[in-house]
Design a protein around this ligand. Structure first.
Ligand SMILES: Nc1ncnc2c1ncn2[C@@H]1O[C@H](COP(=O)(O)OP(=O)(O)OP(=O)(O)O)[C@@H](O)[C@H]1O
Ligand SMILES: [Mg+2]
Length: 1003
């Protein structure tokens, strides 16, 4: 029991053996004799257990508890336990003077925590349901019987005969549990006699696949791009085939581009591309900005069209500063992503113009949504390029691309048995293992190359470990269910590495790949020892080393090797190591932590440090949004919320949740528009949290975001309440931006309701404070996508126009646009352009309105600002109608505008856009339709109380009625229009309607 280690998680086979009717024995024998018998019985059990590779964990009275699979795992621990049990039940006990001694044995296999568990107060113990199950099965077994659990039977299937005892109701188990009596060894096992591999090629089989790939490469090279999706279960050989394609099929001079998706970066937009570009450019942490940019420039061939545009896009993606040599990108994030994708395709075309290209994307089952989108574009684009794209994925990956002529898929099957045998032969490199052993490895591994490699090496290693062990190595290997056994086999190889196993475990916490530096700082192992252990791991084929630029890195040979090493760590130990990795990243690799916050979040999360995990997820979400990965950004924030949801409440946590919701609101505003339901939901949740916290300083930005949502939804009562809250809270503090915000929100709301004088007062007050307050001017982020001054001027311009001060209105709107342009925020500029167009339209300057609206529409489409697309189109067409355009296109454009505005969930300005359609229908001579459209506009205006345009709608109605010769109706409508306009102080509309009435009665 010398090599008992601190507790770890692993698969264990537990055997419990007990004497039957020892009470009868105790009556027959005197106490001293009885003590001798029991001791001899125990000794026999211990001998049998140890010769079968198990360990006696405990002896309580007559019961002997043994473990198989600890401290070292064998690939056939279940088989070993059963053989030991059969040996014990077969024992002739008369030798110890107790011929009537009988035992009964229970065996179960499962995941347990085993080792030195201080809380159990014993040297070696294990915790896990396999222990209880073994005890229950032992109780169930009649004298002389060995009863095993389902898992144990499965792991030794084919080696023994069993009797099914049927499902058993066992104490402590909710469901009936299957139980099997071991009858004995199976006699008629088929034997397969040795086949020796004659092939020398290290690649086994795959001739069909290679042929297909050769053909596709030929097409691709000639300029007919091809794409292939290669899929299989893990370890079947996808990566290997990709390598064969690259090394043997593709011409040596051709460019090869490799991208890898990784599980921890699934939420990080374009992670594989970022990594590949960083490596290809050779960017290192210690490079200064200039050096990094020069490296990015070298990635783009001189002759590439748009070179000056590609470089800043790539630099921005890699977080490399480019502003000193290139103008700012100046486009919305959505637009930037689209440009990046287009330019990447141009770059690929430029590469392909020099030589055909092989492009490999590995492990698509771990792809992030943005990369997935890019792959879709790539598949479409490469059709006319000399490019062969190979994608590998496990079977769970569902491709969503349209199938077409140049997109193929290959499902990679496990190796045929004969190929498995060839492969084993190749792996043995003439060391020669008995044919029966080859047969059994082939039997067990089901054609899975990864497993074949591993198990063969395992056997060779254990055979080499000691000569005495070679018998054990030659012992028959049991048929085992694949995942459990691959794991077992990996475990047994790791175990054999002794102290190097610890290094593998620590490395497994970092991930499939890791840099030497990070491992060294995490591991706390003297440098020489660490290098030595890493060397041993590489030598054993468990790790591969790779050096890129100045960084020495390693990777587990296969993801499953990493998983096996990781799984052997106790959960608690995993958490401690994750915490350590996170700490080292944050403290010693701050650039990496900044560039990959999601990865840091993963470690904090695994360390159960929820607060830090959430903080880093928020960072990750902001970074994703910057890379226009809105989908990733949202899922990161949702992951953060999910983490917080299961934590006990505390005010710090509430504050974190508040930050998450607020960020989510801002991201939805940008992604889907302020009017989107998701945006409202996020801001409402944030506001609830502000209230729960009492005095969160974030409340103003939340009130502002929510105000922007409610105003686009025409929920004026809510807007007023929010504005009042802003103003009363602002009064209690020095800072001015909240005060301005309250006035602007109230001003905007009052304008929409048609209370123009009051609106004007609040807007002017807000703007006055903005001009006088430095902090306010600087704090333009208070409104997420629009500057406060721009917002105030737009509403003021409309109010002034309606009040009859048309020139002042235009001046205010133009000033707003100038201000927005000076700030440079594209969304703010678009907003100001759209409002200037509306001011011109309402004021009757149709040429200027059409011009501005066209610019606004173009910009909104280009930058994908959904908020401004529908309404800009409606204003543009309204202006064309005003200029006398009677074409059918105009009506279609008006309808499109209304649809666009409706689609984003916007309720405000609906009466306004519908009124433009009504006016268009009048001019097109479709009076009846016009009356309908206008009635609907008025009805909506009444329903939401958005009345600023109502007087004008009534005037349009009168016009329609006049054309239909309903003079009385027209007079009535004009009368109402005048009356309403007068109440609202909308002099412009009042004058227009009065003029119309005058002409009508004098006609
Ligand atoms: N046909 C083959 N001949 C010889 N060795 C092979 C063959 N196919 C696979 N191997 C070996 O088996 C191991 C596993 O293969 P590989 O890594 O390619 O699997 P994979 O399908 O990419 O798995 P994953 O889905 O986990 O990425 C590798 O070490 C590889 O070299
Ligand atoms: Mg692979």
């Amino acid at each position: 029991m010398t090599d008992i280690r601190p507790a770890e998680r692993r698969q264990l086979t537990v055997m419990l053996c007990d004497m039957v009717a020892s009470t009868a024995l105790s009556l027959r024998l005197d106490p001293e004799e009885l003590a001798d018998v029991i001791q001899a019985y125990r000794r026999r059990c211990a001998d049998v257990v140890t010769t079968h590779g198990g360990i006696v964990a405990r002896q309580i009275g007559d019961a002997v508890l043994a473990y198989f699979g600890y401290p070292r795992a064998h690939e056939n621990d279940a088989e070993r336990a059963i053989r030991a049990a059969l040996a014990i039940t077969d024992t002739q006990w008369q030798a110890i003077g107790a011929a009537d001694l009988r035992v009964h044995i229970g065996i179960a296999t499962g995941l347990v925590v085993v080792g030195n568990l201080p809380q159990a107060g014993e040297e070696l113990s294990a915790i896990g349901s396999a222990l209880n199950l073994a005890a229950r099965l032992e109780a169930l077994a009649e004298p002389g019987m060995v009863v095993v659990a389902e898992q144990t039977r499965r792991l030794s299937r084919g080696l023994f005969e069993y009797r099914d005892l049927g499902p058993q109701e066992l104490k402590g188990f909710d469901q009936p549990v299957p139980a099997w009596q071991v009858i004995g060894e199976r006699r008629n096992r088929s034997r397969f006699h040795a086949l020796r591999a004659a092939e020398l090629t290290p690649l086994v089989d795959r001739r069909g696949e290679v042929e297909v790939l050769e053909r596709l490469w030929k097409y691709a090279r000639a300029g007919n791009g091809q794409a292939v999706l290669l899929s299989s279960e893990p370890g079947v050989g996808k990566s290997r085939l990709a390598q064969v394609l690259s090394k043997r099929i593709v011409d040596r001079r051709c460019l090869r581009l490799w991208y890898h998706c990784t599980p921890n970066l699934q939420g990080s937009p374009l992670a594989p591309l970022v990594r590949q570009l960083t490596l290809a450019a050779g960017i290192a942490q210690e490079n200064d900005d200039g050096a990094k940019l020069a490296k990015v420039e070298r990635l783009v061939p001189e002759a590439t069209p748009n070179r000056a545009e590609i470089v800043p896009l790539l630099a921005d993606l890699l977080s490399v500063r480019y502003e000193r040599r290139y103008p700012p990108l100046g486009m919305s994030l959505q637009r930037q992503k689209q440009r990046l994708f287009n330019e990447l395709m141009e770059l690929l075309a430029a590469y392909a113009a020099r030589s055909p290209v092989l492009l490999v994307v590995e492990d698509l089952h771990w792809i992030d949504p943005s990369s997935d989108e890019l792959v879709g574009i790539l598949i479409d684009r490469l059709r006319t390029l000399p490019v062969l794209a190979l994608f590998t994925a496990r079977t769970e990956f569902q491709a969503h691309w349209d199938t077409n002529g140049h997109l193929h898929s290959i499902a990679l099957a496990p190796l045929e048995r004969s190929d498995s045998i060839s492969m084993i032969g190749l792996l043995c490199e003439g060391k020669g293992i008995p044919g029966s052993m080859v047969d059994q490895i082939a039997d067990r591994t089901d054609g899975l190359p990864l497993f074949i490699e591993d198990l063969t090496r395992d056997v060779l290693e254990s055979a080499c470990a000691s000569a005495a062990d070679s018998d054990a190595a030659n012992a028959r290997l049991a048929d085992v269910a694949i995942p459990a056994t691959l794991n077992d086999s990996l475990m047994s190889r790791l175990d054999r590495l002794g102290s190097a196993k610890t290094v593998a475990e620590i490395a497994s916490v970092i991930g499939r790949e890791f840099s030497y530096e990070l491992l060294a700082r995490t591991a706390n192992i003297p440098e020489d020892d660490l290098r030595e252990e890493l060397y041993r791991l590489v030598d054993a084929g468990l790790l591969v080393s790779r050096r890129s630029s100045a960084v020495l890195g390693y990777a587990f040979k296969h993801a499953l090797v990493r998983d096996a090493a990781y799984a052997s760590l106790l959960r608690k130990k995993q958490a401690v190591l994750h915490a350590r990795v996170a700490q080292v990243l944050v403290e010693e690799f701050p650039e990496t932590a900044d560039a990959q916050p999601e990865w840091v979040a993963h470690h904090f999360q695994a360390a159960n440090d929820v607060d830090n995990a959430v903080a880093f997820l928020v960072k990750a979400a902001k970074l994703s949004a910057r890379r226009s990965g809105f989908a990733e950004s949202i899922s990161q924030l949702e992951a953060a919320l999910a983490l917080l949801a299961v934590q006990p409440k505390s005010s710090d946590r509430l504050r974190l949740a508040l930050i998450v919701h607020r960020t989510l609101g801002g991201i939805y505003a940008e992604y889907r528009g302020f009017s989107s339901a998701e945006c409202g939901r996020a801001y409402n949740a944030a506001l609830d949290l502000c209230r729960e916290l009492g005095d969160a300083p974030e409340i103003f930005s939340v009130l502002s975001g929510l105000g922007s949502f409610e105003i686009t939804r025409a929920a004026f009562g809510k807007c007023e309440a929010l504005a009042d809250e802003c103003l009363s809270r602002a009064a209690a503090q020095q800072s001015k931006p909240p005060f301005i915000m309250g006035h602007l929100l109230l001003g905007g709301t009052l304008f929409l309701k048609g209370e123009l004088a009051a609106a004007r007062e609040h807007l002017e007050e807000g703007l006055r404070v903005y001009e006088h307050d430095q902090t306010a001017r600087r704090a333009r982020q208070v409104l997420y996508v629009q500057d406060q001054k721009s917002t105030g001027l737009c509403y003021l311009a409309l109010s002034l126009t309606l009040m009859g001060e048309v020139d002042e209105g235009v001046r205010a709107a133009e000033e707003g646009l100038r201000h927005s342009r000076a700030l440079g925020g594209l969304h703010t500029v678009n907003f100001s352009l759209c409002y200037l167009a509306a001011v011109h339209l309402i004021g009757g300057n149709f040429a200027a309105a059409a011009d501005c609206a066209t610019k606004s529409l173009d910009m909104a489409r280009e930058q994908r600002f959904a908020t401004w697309i529908g309404i800009s189109e409606a204003i543009r067409c309204g202006a064309l109608v005003g200029s006398g355009d009677r074409g059918a296109d105009v009506l279609a454009g008006l309808r499109r505008g209304i649809d666009g505005h409706t689609e984003i969930g916007a309720v405000a300005y609906q009466p306004f856009v519908r009124a433009q359609l009504g006016k268009g229908l009048i001019e097109a001579g479709r009076g009846d339709d016009a009356v309908g459209a206008l009635a609907q506009a008025l009805k909506q205006s009444e329903a939401t109380r958005e009345r600023f345009y109502a007087a004008e709608i009534m005037r349009f109605q009168a016009e329609a009625l006049t054309r239909a010769n309903d003079v009385a109706g027209a007079e009535r409508a004009l009368g109402e229009s005048i009356e309403l306009a007068r109440r609202q102080q909308a002099r412009l509309f009042e004058l227009r309607s009065a003029d119309a009435l005058h002409r009508l009665v004098n006609a």
